[in-house]
Design a binder for this molecule. Sequence first.
Ligand code: NAP
Length: 269
Amino acid sequence: MMRVAIYSNLVQLSNNVAERLKAEIDQSEKLVLDSLNPEIVISVGGDGTLLSAFHHYADISDRIRLVGIHTGHLGFYTDWRDYEVDELIASLENDNGQSETYPLLDITINYRDGGSADHALALNESTIKQVSGTLTADVYIKDQKFESFRGDGLCISTPSGSTAYNKSVGGAIINPALNALQISEISSINNRVFRTLGSPIIIPPEEWVRIVPEEGGQPVLTCDQQVISGRPIKTIEYRIAKQRVAFAQYRHTHFWQRVSNSFIGVQDD
Ligand code: NAP
Protein backbone atom coordinates (compact mmCIF):
# COMPACT_ATOMS: atom_id res chain seq x y z
CA MET A 1 0.00 0.00 0.00
CA MET A 2 1.37 3.43 -0.93
CA ARG A 3 1.07 5.98 1.89
CA VAL A 4 -0.52 9.26 0.79
CA ALA A 5 -1.05 12.56 2.63
CA ILE A 6 -3.34 15.35 1.48
CA TYR A 7 -2.41 18.96 2.21
CA SER A 8 -5.09 21.47 1.26
CA ASN A 9 -5.57 25.21 1.57
CA LEU A 10 -8.77 26.50 3.19
CA VAL A 11 -10.62 27.46 0.00
CA GLN A 12 -13.97 25.65 -0.33
CA LEU A 13 -13.14 24.15 -3.76
CA SER A 14 -9.84 22.79 -2.38
CA ASN A 15 -11.67 21.26 0.60
CA ASN A 16 -14.14 19.58 -1.76
CA VAL A 17 -11.28 18.15 -3.83
CA ALA A 18 -9.48 16.98 -0.68
CA GLU A 19 -12.66 15.21 0.50
CA ARG A 20 -13.05 13.47 -2.88
CA LEU A 21 -9.42 12.37 -2.79
CA LYS A 22 -9.84 10.97 0.73
CA ALA A 23 -12.97 9.07 -0.27
CA GLU A 24 -11.25 7.54 -3.32
CA ILE A 25 -8.13 6.62 -1.33
CA ASP A 26 -10.34 4.95 1.31
CA GLN A 27 -11.86 2.81 -1.47
CA SER A 28 -8.49 1.96 -3.03
CA GLU A 29 -6.72 -1.35 -2.44
CA LYS A 30 -3.35 0.16 -3.35
CA LEU A 31 -3.40 3.47 -1.45
CA VAL A 32 -3.72 4.39 2.22
CA LEU A 33 -4.01 7.77 3.93
CA ASP A 34 -1.04 8.56 6.19
CA SER A 35 -0.47 12.20 7.10
CA LEU A 36 2.45 11.45 9.46
CA ASN A 37 4.72 9.29 7.34
CA PRO A 38 3.65 9.66 3.73
CA GLU A 39 5.50 8.64 0.59
CA ILE A 40 3.36 10.92 -1.57
CA VAL A 41 2.04 14.35 -0.52
CA ILE A 42 -0.81 15.74 -2.63
CA SER A 43 -1.12 19.49 -2.32
CA VAL A 44 -4.52 20.96 -3.19
CA GLY A 45 -4.61 24.71 -3.86
CA GLY A 46 -2.02 26.72 -5.75
CA ASP A 47 1.75 26.95 -6.04
CA GLY A 48 1.70 28.74 -2.67
CA THR A 49 -0.08 25.74 -1.10
CA LEU A 50 2.54 23.40 -2.51
CA LEU A 51 5.27 25.59 -0.97
CA SER A 52 3.49 25.28 2.40
CA ALA A 53 3.18 21.51 1.96
CA PHE A 54 6.92 21.29 1.22
CA HIS A 55 7.73 23.14 4.46
CA HIS A 56 5.13 21.21 6.48
CA TYR A 57 6.97 17.99 5.52
CA ALA A 58 10.46 19.58 5.62
CA ASP A 59 11.77 17.00 8.12
CA ILE A 60 11.01 14.11 5.75
CA SER A 61 11.37 16.03 2.48
CA ASP A 62 14.12 13.65 1.31
CA ARG A 63 11.65 10.74 1.52
CA ILE A 64 8.54 12.17 -0.10
CA ARG A 65 7.37 12.92 -3.61
CA LEU A 66 5.00 15.84 -4.13
CA VAL A 67 2.00 16.10 -6.43
CA GLY A 68 0.12 19.38 -6.99
CA ILE A 69 -3.57 19.79 -7.83
CA HIS A 70 -4.42 23.38 -8.73
CA THR A 71 -7.89 24.60 -7.86
CA GLY A 72 -7.32 27.73 -9.97
CA HIS A 73 -5.25 28.02 -13.15
CA LEU A 74 -2.36 25.57 -13.80
CA GLY A 75 0.70 26.50 -11.82
CA PHE A 76 4.41 25.82 -11.87
CA TYR A 77 4.35 23.06 -9.25
CA THR A 78 0.85 21.84 -10.00
CA ASP A 79 0.25 19.46 -12.91
CA TRP A 80 -3.34 18.46 -12.13
CA ARG A 81 -6.64 20.34 -12.20
CA ASP A 82 -9.43 19.97 -9.65
CA TYR A 83 -11.63 17.97 -12.11
CA GLU A 84 -8.91 15.34 -12.67
CA VAL A 85 -9.14 13.48 -9.34
CA ASP A 86 -10.05 10.15 -10.99
CA GLU A 87 -7.09 10.30 -13.41
CA LEU A 88 -4.73 11.20 -10.58
CA ILE A 89 -5.95 8.30 -8.41
CA ALA A 90 -5.44 5.91 -11.37
CA SER A 91 -1.89 7.26 -11.84
CA LEU A 92 -1.14 6.83 -8.12
CA GLU A 93 -2.41 3.25 -8.22
CA ASN A 94 -0.08 2.52 -11.15
CA ASP A 95 2.86 4.38 -9.62
CA ASN A 96 6.25 2.87 -10.33
CA GLY A 97 8.33 5.45 -8.48
CA GLN A 98 8.70 7.84 -11.39
CA SER A 99 9.86 11.30 -10.34
CA GLU A 100 11.32 14.56 -11.49
CA THR A 101 13.68 16.42 -9.16
CA TYR A 102 14.51 20.14 -8.93
CA PRO A 103 17.32 21.99 -7.13
CA LEU A 104 16.73 23.49 -3.69
CA LEU A 105 18.45 26.46 -2.05
CA ASP A 106 20.50 25.70 1.07
CA ILE A 107 20.57 28.62 3.55
CA THR A 108 22.92 28.90 6.53
CA ILE A 109 22.37 31.84 8.88
CA ASN A 110 25.04 32.86 11.37
CA TYR A 111 24.08 35.24 14.16
CA ARG A 112 25.98 38.06 15.85
CA ASP A 113 25.20 36.56 19.28
CA GLY A 114 27.59 33.69 18.43
CA GLY A 115 24.89 31.10 19.14
CA SER A 116 24.15 28.14 16.93
CA ALA A 117 23.60 28.70 13.22
CA ASP A 118 20.26 28.04 11.54
CA HIS A 119 19.76 25.99 8.39
CA ALA A 120 16.83 26.07 6.00
CA LEU A 121 15.91 24.83 2.54
CA ALA A 122 13.97 27.02 0.12
CA LEU A 123 11.98 25.73 -2.83
CA ASN A 124 11.42 29.17 -4.43
CA GLU A 125 13.77 31.68 -2.90
CA SER A 126 15.17 33.51 0.08
CA THR A 127 15.14 37.30 0.29
CA ILE A 128 17.00 39.65 2.55
CA LYS A 129 15.28 43.00 2.82
CA GLN A 130 15.20 46.00 5.06
CA VAL A 131 11.79 47.49 5.72
CA SER A 132 12.88 50.70 7.37
CA GLY A 133 15.73 52.48 5.60
CA THR A 134 17.88 50.66 3.07
CA LEU A 135 19.74 47.38 3.30
CA THR A 136 23.49 47.75 3.21
CA ALA A 137 25.34 44.49 2.75
CA ASP A 138 28.56 43.11 1.27
CA VAL A 139 28.11 40.32 -1.25
CA TYR A 140 30.80 37.63 -1.58
CA ILE A 141 30.92 34.94 -4.24
CA LYS A 142 33.12 31.97 -3.36
CA ASP A 143 34.71 33.99 -0.53
CA GLN A 144 35.72 36.82 -2.88
CA LYS A 145 34.14 40.20 -2.23
CA PHE A 146 31.94 40.93 -5.24
CA GLU A 147 30.14 44.18 -4.39
CA SER A 148 28.68 46.35 -1.66
CA PHE A 149 24.93 46.47 -2.05
CA ARG A 150 22.62 49.23 -0.95
CA GLY A 151 18.92 49.21 -1.72
CA ASP A 152 15.69 47.43 -0.76
CA GLY A 153 17.19 43.95 -0.80
CA LEU A 154 18.38 40.85 -2.61
CA CYS A 155 16.49 37.81 -3.85
CA ILE A 156 18.32 34.48 -4.12
CA SER A 157 16.24 31.96 -6.02
CA THR A 158 16.17 28.41 -7.28
CA PRO A 159 15.47 27.68 -10.95
CA SER A 160 11.89 26.59 -10.15
CA GLY A 161 11.47 29.75 -8.04
CA SER A 162 12.79 31.92 -10.86
CA THR A 163 9.22 32.39 -12.16
CA ALA A 164 8.06 33.77 -8.77
CA TYR A 165 9.47 36.76 -6.85
CA ASN A 166 12.68 36.66 -8.90
CA LYS A 167 10.74 37.37 -12.08
CA SER A 168 9.00 40.38 -10.50
CA VAL A 169 12.37 41.95 -9.72
CA GLY A 170 13.74 41.45 -13.23
CA GLY A 171 15.56 38.13 -12.78
CA ALA A 172 15.93 35.64 -15.61
CA ILE A 173 13.76 32.56 -15.86
CA ILE A 174 15.89 29.43 -15.49
CA ASN A 175 14.76 26.00 -16.60
CA PRO A 176 14.86 23.77 -13.44
CA ALA A 177 16.81 21.22 -15.49
CA LEU A 178 19.79 23.49 -14.72
CA ASN A 179 21.51 23.19 -11.36
CA ALA A 180 21.99 26.87 -10.51
CA LEU A 181 21.04 29.66 -8.16
CA GLN A 182 20.33 33.26 -9.04
CA ILE A 183 20.86 36.57 -7.23
CA SER A 184 18.58 39.43 -8.25
CA GLU A 185 18.63 42.93 -6.87
CA ILE A 186 15.56 44.58 -5.38
CA SER A 187 15.72 48.32 -6.08
CA SER A 188 19.44 48.91 -5.71
CA ILE A 189 20.75 52.43 -5.27
CA ASN A 190 23.29 53.28 -7.93
CA ASN A 191 25.06 56.61 -7.87
CA ARG A 192 28.58 57.92 -7.49
CA VAL A 193 28.81 56.54 -3.95
CA PHE A 194 27.03 53.16 -4.22
CA ARG A 195 27.47 50.87 -7.21
CA THR A 196 26.20 47.37 -7.85
CA LEU A 197 26.31 45.22 -10.96
CA GLY A 198 22.65 45.98 -11.66
CA SER A 199 21.86 42.73 -13.45
CA PRO A 200 20.95 39.25 -12.15
CA ILE A 201 23.79 36.80 -11.56
CA ILE A 202 23.59 33.03 -12.08
CA ILE A 203 25.80 30.86 -9.87
CA PRO A 204 26.96 27.31 -10.69
CA PRO A 205 26.88 24.40 -8.20
CA GLU A 206 30.53 24.61 -7.17
CA GLU A 207 30.19 28.25 -6.04
CA TRP A 208 28.40 29.82 -3.09
CA VAL A 209 27.24 33.27 -2.05
CA ARG A 210 27.73 34.98 1.29
CA ILE A 211 25.87 38.12 2.31
CA VAL A 212 27.14 40.19 5.20
CA PRO A 213 24.61 42.83 6.31
CA GLU A 214 26.01 45.98 7.88
CA GLU A 215 26.07 45.80 11.66
CA GLY A 216 23.23 47.71 13.30
CA GLY A 217 20.78 47.27 10.41
CA GLN A 218 17.56 45.32 10.87
CA PRO A 219 17.36 43.05 7.85
CA VAL A 220 14.41 40.70 7.44
CA LEU A 221 15.18 37.29 6.00
CA THR A 222 12.62 35.16 4.19
CA CYS A 223 12.61 31.52 3.11
CA ASP A 224 9.70 31.07 0.66
CA GLN A 225 6.63 32.37 2.58
CA GLN A 226 8.34 32.15 5.96
CA VAL A 227 10.07 34.99 7.81
CA ILE A 228 13.17 34.14 9.82
CA SER A 229 13.63 36.82 12.46
CA GLY A 230 14.48 37.48 16.06
CA ARG A 231 18.28 37.39 16.23
CA PRO A 232 20.71 39.89 14.64
CA ILE A 233 22.16 38.32 11.49
CA LYS A 234 25.92 38.22 10.92
CA THR A 235 26.13 36.32 7.62
CA ILE A 236 23.87 34.33 5.32
CA GLU A 237 25.39 31.70 3.09
CA TYR A 238 23.56 30.35 0.04
CA ARG A 239 24.42 27.22 -1.94
CA ILE A 240 22.63 24.77 -4.14
CA ALA A 241 21.52 22.08 -1.69
CA LYS A 242 22.76 18.50 -1.95
CA GLN A 243 19.16 17.43 -1.49
CA ARG A 244 16.64 17.97 -4.28
CA VAL A 245 12.85 18.16 -4.16
CA ALA A 246 11.05 15.28 -5.87
CA PHE A 247 7.74 15.44 -7.72
CA ALA A 248 5.86 12.28 -8.69
CA GLN A 249 5.81 12.67 -12.43
CA TYR A 250 2.83 11.00 -14.08
CA ARG A 251 2.62 13.50 -16.93
CA HIS A 252 5.07 15.91 -18.44
CA THR A 253 4.40 19.55 -19.25
CA HIS A 254 7.25 21.21 -21.12
CA PHE A 255 8.73 23.90 -18.83
CA TRP A 256 8.68 26.62 -21.49
CA GLN A 257 5.08 25.76 -22.33
CA ARG A 258 4.21 26.35 -18.65
CA VAL A 259 6.01 29.71 -18.78
CA SER A 260 4.27 30.70 -21.98
CA ASN A 261 0.82 29.60 -20.73
CA SER A 262 1.27 31.35 -17.38
CA PHE A 263 2.68 34.67 -18.48
CA ILE A 264 1.69 35.13 -22.10
CA GLY A 265 -1.48 33.06 -22.54
CA VAL A 266 -2.27 29.90 -24.46
CA GLN A 267 -0.44 30.02 -27.79
CA ASP A 268 -1.85 28.83 -31.11
CA ASP A 269 0.48 26.55 -33.09
P1 NAP B 1 1.22 35.01 -2.21
O1 NAP B 1 1.78 36.38 -2.03
O2 NAP B 1 -0.15 34.72 -1.74
O3 NAP B 1 1.26 34.59 -3.77
C1 NAP B 1 2.32 34.83 -4.57
C2 NAP B 1 2.02 34.37 -6.01
O4 NAP B 1 3.20 33.68 -6.46
C3 NAP B 1 0.84 33.41 -6.18
O5 NAP B 1 0.12 33.79 -7.34
C4 NAP B 1 1.53 32.07 -6.38
O6 NAP B 1 0.80 31.18 -7.24
C5 NAP B 1 2.77 32.51 -7.13
N1 NAP B 1 3.89 31.55 -7.07
C6 NAP B 1 4.38 30.85 -6.03
N2 NAP B 1 5.42 30.11 -6.41
C7 NAP B 1 5.58 30.33 -7.73
C8 NAP B 1 6.48 29.86 -8.71
N3 NAP B 1 7.47 29.02 -8.39
N4 NAP B 1 6.38 30.33 -9.99
C9 NAP B 1 5.41 31.20 -10.32
N5 NAP B 1 4.52 31.70 -9.45
C10 NAP B 1 4.61 31.26 -8.16
O7 NAP B 1 2.25 34.02 -1.52
P2 NAP B 1 2.30 32.46 -1.54
O8 NAP B 1 1.22 31.90 -2.40
O9 NAP B 1 2.42 32.00 -0.14
O10 NAP B 1 3.70 32.23 -2.29
C11 NAP B 1 4.90 32.63 -1.72
C12 NAP B 1 5.74 33.16 -2.83
O11 NAP B 1 5.24 34.40 -3.24
C13 NAP B 1 7.18 33.45 -2.46
O12 NAP B 1 7.98 32.30 -2.49
C14 NAP B 1 7.56 34.46 -3.54
O13 NAP B 1 8.13 33.82 -4.68
C15 NAP B 1 6.24 35.04 -3.98
N6 NAP B 1 6.24 36.49 -3.74
C16 NAP B 1 6.26 37.27 -4.84
C17 NAP B 1 6.34 38.63 -4.70
C18 NAP B 1 6.37 39.47 -5.93
O14 NAP B 1 6.31 38.90 -7.03
N7 NAP B 1 6.52 40.78 -5.80
C19 NAP B 1 6.39 39.23 -3.44
C20 NAP B 1 6.36 38.37 -2.33
C21 NAP B 1 6.30 36.98 -2.49
P3 NAP B 1 -0.56 30.49 -6.81
O15 NAP B 1 -1.62 31.52 -7.01
O16 NAP B 1 -0.66 29.34 -7.74
O17 NAP B 1 -0.43 30.08 -5.36
